[in-house]
Design a protein around this ligand. Structure first.
Ligand code: NAP
Length: 336
């Protein structure tokens, strides 16, 4: 069996990664269609050795398309995804728009694949926020073994999480800095080159940012509504790869050694041991990798049953495109 696939947002960061991963993993395609805004019509993107001409999303008829991998921004998804779903396509959407809709499964395949049973309610499945995905892959084995009560996470998020223009802004500001010119600031609220910014997405009424709120509510929807989450989200001048320092408080004791042994058996995780040659891992080292990397594991002696660790993943792969393709693979294997 093979499937007609459309990639919406194909000219963007996530869309290009989506095409690469679909090809890399030999996703069973009969045809691949690349869609974006009218601005990109006629431009080409690669799918393996093939060049696909980008078509206009606004003019595309989804009848006969089996899967849609979508990342055109929340407002665009809000408009086109329900129509595509009604036309019979299964939409796997990367934007924030449908994530908290009770009729839309929000899925990390290593964590809650069973939620996919409800995919047909709207024919839309939501891909969680990039920071939530990597954290939950790491938390799942700990929660199963010793029940997490509370998580405190501080993120160090790369600029690629904000799209291709955000990557350009870091590049241009860095270059300008060495030329002693005034850096141009359009995408980020403050200078991002040689700086860090404690604001991702907009501020909400309670003074947290929407990115922080997403990590709280998405964790509850995917893993367990009883878990308390305190998230601090920070943008750093890194091109690709999000890092997180995570502190968990568990109901039962779990030693550093036991946690590492659980992670070693869990899917999608690589543990970098302090005793090994390379004692921790950084975003620059995992760009292009599929796994969530865990290092700096230690017991937190300031609370009962506390653990601290450092968690790094490629935000455009596991944080977006890879997770979406894994959702489709799980659907095909277990639900279609
Ligand atoms: N990057 C990440 O790590 C990540 C992770 C998870 C989720 N996401 C989410 O995924 C979405 C896209 O992120 P990105 O990083 O790929 O952004 P991006 O690099 O800025 O790409 C945006 C894509 O959306 C397309 N688009 C914009 N307006 C459109 C319209 N009216 N009709 C059709 N297509 C339109 C763009 O096409 P044109 O080139 O024609 O404008 C482009 O292909 C965002 O909602 C983001 O929050 C991103």
């Amino acid at each position: 069996m093979s499937y007609k696939v459309a990639v919406v947002g194909a000219s963007g960061n996530v869309g290009r990664e989506m095409l690469e991963i679909l090809h890399e993993r030999n996703f069973p395609v009969s045809e691949v269609v690349a869609l974006a805004s009218s601005r990109s019509v006629g431009k080409e993107v690669s799918f393996g050795d093939d060049d696909l001409k980008i078509q206009d999303l606004a003019k595309y008829d989804f009848k006969g398309t089996d899967f849609v991998f979508s990342s055109p921004g929340a407002a665009v998804s809000a408009e086109f995804a329900p129509k595509a779903g009604k036309a019979g396509a299964i939409v796997i959407d990367n934007t924030s728009h449908f994530r908290m809709d009770p009729d839309v499964p929000l899925v990390v395949p290593e964590v809650n694949p069973e939620a996919l049973k409800d995919y047909g309610k709207k024919n839309i499945i939501a891909n969680p926020n990039c920071s939530t995905i990597q954290m939950l892959v790491a938390l799942k084995p700990l929660h199963d073994a010793a029940t997490i009560k509370r998580v405190v996470v501080s993120t160090y998020q790369s600029v690629s999480g904000a799209g291709k223009e955000a990557m350009d802004e870091l590049f241009n500001q860095s270059r300008t800095f060495f030329m002693n010119n005034e850096p141009k600031q359009e995408i980020f609220p403050k200078q991002i080159a040689f700086n860090i910014i404690p604001q991702i997405d907009k501020f909400m009424d309670d003074h947290q940012t929407k990115e922080e709120w997403k990590m709280v509510v998405e964790t509850k929807k995917i893993l367990d509504k009883k878990i308390q989450v305190c998230a601090n989200c920070v943008r750093v001048p890194v091109f690709i790869g999000h890092a997180e320092m995570i502190n968990v408080e568990l109901e039962k004791p779990l030693s550093r050694k036991e946690a590492m042994s659980l992670w070693r058996k869990a899917p999608g995780i690589s543990v970098i041991d302090v005793e090994s040659e390379m004692e921790f891992i950084t975003p620059a080292e995992i760009s292009g990798e599929d796994d969530v990397y865990i290092s700096r594991v230690r017991e937190d002696i300031s609370v009962e049953n506390g653990l601290n660790f450092w968690c790094v993943a490629d935000n455009m792969r596991k944080g977006a495109a890879l997770n979406s393709v894994q959702i489709a693979e799980t659907l095909i294997k277990d639900f279609l």
